[in-house]
Write a protein of this length. Structure first.
Length: 591
């Protein structure tokens, strides 16, 4: 897990975000105040007197003698005692308590930095006067230290200051993890968020966790995916990434399992084991040799040319879950299927300057399956226990997993079914994952179905309150922020935080199993014989189970061929083949 960087630093930077190619300095941040008086006007915009002075006008006496401000040149540095800081000037990444109160020690701007405009970026430039706060990863600030440095500059023995949820000791936290560094082969598209795809693009605006999530961005009209701007196009990276990835890709499990957390097996060994009946990391994936081949042919596929384009023809999913299900029980069972008694964590040691090594790996307390409790973690290797397991609420919220009770899962399943009925049926996974384009007043345009269900279930409130993770941003508070979609900028400032259950977290649970259609169907047929008087003299009912398989109708095209490359007219028209799995006659009692 990568901790968020320290909050305060000053740098001079140059970059061009209007063009996808950075033209000058890489890994740079530029704050452009646009006019010679821009900085003074910006700082004075909150009512601070300009120019600032020390001591304050109302101080008694309203002067400081020169002798009180200096020490003799002969005084050793360690013995200096008259140095008195009176202001703090810095460029700081945004926190979830920015704009929370009039003091503004925790930040000037009320934003959602763990969802939008986060600080983990390659390069950026921001015009303070004419730009929008949501396009900037950092903010410039000058804070008077009228109460001294104890609250705003609270550091520990390792020189760690407050950040994450605030810069002050009142709201701030010293530790928080934003991205998961993969320790083993990925199993979910959501895991790709660890590569920060929404922060490394040369196009604004930025999304912290774009894949699998569906929040509309405050800088974009909710009915647009691309919006022309003076400095370049704004793109809805979240919508576009979901559209590009879902329905087109999955994780087969065939990747070298090397490193400290791997089994040491390479792809060839995994193929041999899979062919022999041993499961992959995702045990729901089953072997299916296509086109009359045998299991031994799999090794040649994974070690040959373009294995990524062929492997799907060799795998089928046992127990796929149809996201169009309107069964509360089915959704609850899927959400509750992630119970794992072998969860571990790499517990953070606050007394050292670095994250501890493998010696501190420990088993997490088992989620109580007897009570229907399940654990969901943004991170494959959490850095803290959950609050329910005794961790400090702030550590648990920003570093650990979360447990959900049977009652919470029941409510969440009910809310999901409500959204499926309201928005479905979904014809593709990307349609299910993404929001609908529309007006700002339509909640379907603000977030996707799963996220709306999560919000309606209120499962995020209690943990956030216990950790004091953020606050509710009123729409009026962002009315001057030059937002195209102010509703997207309002709401929980901690939206997208590790302790905030998101749609992407649920999609990570569903993984490869989620599908918008079924591949196995039960078909029943009824026949009846009648005499000349039209009386029924015999009836019969049969039942057949048919399954769609990777092979096409016409064997002229191999199963691995993409639809665009088909040569057979029959295959282009009818697609994959159905095979009869079972057939039986039913008695009257079974109907």
């Amino acid at each position: 897990n990568i901790p968020r960087a320290n909050s305060k630093f000053v740098v001079r930077m140059t970059a061009d975000v209007g063009n996808p190619v950075v033209t000058t300095v890489v890994s740079a941040i530029e704050t452009d105040f646009e006019t010679p008086d821009g900085l003074k006007n910006f700082i004075g915009g909150t009512g601070a007197p300009m120019p600032m002075r020390y001591p304050k006008v109302d101080a008694v006496p309203n002067y400081v003698r020169g002798i009180d401000m200096v020490d003799r040149a002969s005084t050793p540095i360690k013995s200096l005692k008259n140095v008195k800081p009176f202001a703090l000037l810095g460029v700081q990444a945004k926190t979830t308590s920015g704009g929370r109160d009039a003091i503004q020690e925790d930040g000037r701007l009320a934003t959602k930095p763990w969802c939008f405009a986060h600080a983990s970026i390659g390069a950026s430039t921001h015009k303070v006067a004419s730009g929008s706060p949501a396009s900037a990863s950092h903010e410039f600030d000058l804070q008077l230290l009228s109460k001294g440095t104890n609250n705003l500059l609270q550091v520990d023995a390792q020189d760690r200051g407050n950040f994450v949820s605030g810069h002050s000791a009142t709201y701030g936290a010293k530790f928080g993890a934003q991205y998961d560094v993969p320790l083993a082969p990925l199993q979910s598209l959501v895991s790709l968020n660890g590569a920060n795809p929404g922060g490394s693009s040369g196009y604004l605006p930025r999304f912290a966790q774009p894949i699998g999530n569906s929040w509309a961005h405050p800088l974009l009209d909710p009915d647009k995916l691309l919006q022309p701007q003076t400095g370049g196009n704004y793109l809805d990276h979240s919508f576009l990434l979901n559209l590009a990835l879902y329905d087109h890709f999955y994780f087969s499990g065939f990747a070298d399992q090397t490193g400290s957390f791997g089994t040491g097996k390479n792809v060839s060994t995994l193929a041999t084991d899979f062919g022999a009946g041993k499961p992959l990391v995702d045990p729901r994936l089953a072997l299916y040799p296509p086109d009359g081949q045998t299991a031994t042919g799999l090794s040649a596929v994974v070690s040959g040319a373009s294995p990524h384009a062929k492997i799907a023809a060799w795998q089928v999913m046992n127990g796929a879950f149809n996201i169009n299900s309107t069964s509360v029980a089915a959704w609850k069972a899927m959400l509750g299927s992630i119970h794992d008694s072998k969860s571990i964590l790499n517990k953070l040691s606050k007394g050292t300057a670095t994250t501890p090594g493998s010696s501190v790996f420990a088993d997490l307390p088992d989620a109580d399956s007897a009570k229907g409790e399940v654990r969901i973690s943004r991170f494959r290797l959490p850095v803290s226990e959950s609050e329910a397991d005794g961790a400090d609420p702030k550590d648990a919220y920003w570093l650990g997993p979360r447990e959900y009770s049977d009652a919470q899962l029941q409510t969440l399943a009910e809310k999901i079914v409500e959204q499926v009925r309201s928005r479905g049926p979904f014809l593709s996974m990307s349609e299910f994952v993404n929001r609908r384009l529309g007006s700002a007043s339509d909640e379907k345009a603000q977030r996707g179905a799963l996220q709306q269900a999560i919000d309606n279930s209120n499962v995020n409130q209690s943990l956030a309150t216990g950790a004091d993770a953020g606050f509710q941003i009123a729409e009026t508070a962002v009315s001057t922020y030059k937002y195209a979609n102010a509703k997207a900028g309002a709401g929980a400032s901690n939206q997208g935080a590790p302790g905030y259950l998101s749609q992407a977290d649920l999609l990570a649970v569903l993984g490869n199993a989620a599908t918008p259609r079924s591949d196995t169907f039960t078909i029943r047929g009824f026949g009846e014989a009648r005499d000349s008087a039209n009386n029924s003299i015999a009836t019969a009912t049969c039942e057949a189970i048919v399954q769609r398989v990777p092979e096409y109708i016409d064997p002229a095209d191999k199963a691995e061929i993409a639809p665009a490359g088909l040569t057979s007219t029959a295959n282009r028209t009818f697609g994959r083949r159905f095979q009869l799995v079972s057939f039986r006659w039913l008695s009257a009692e079974e109907i």
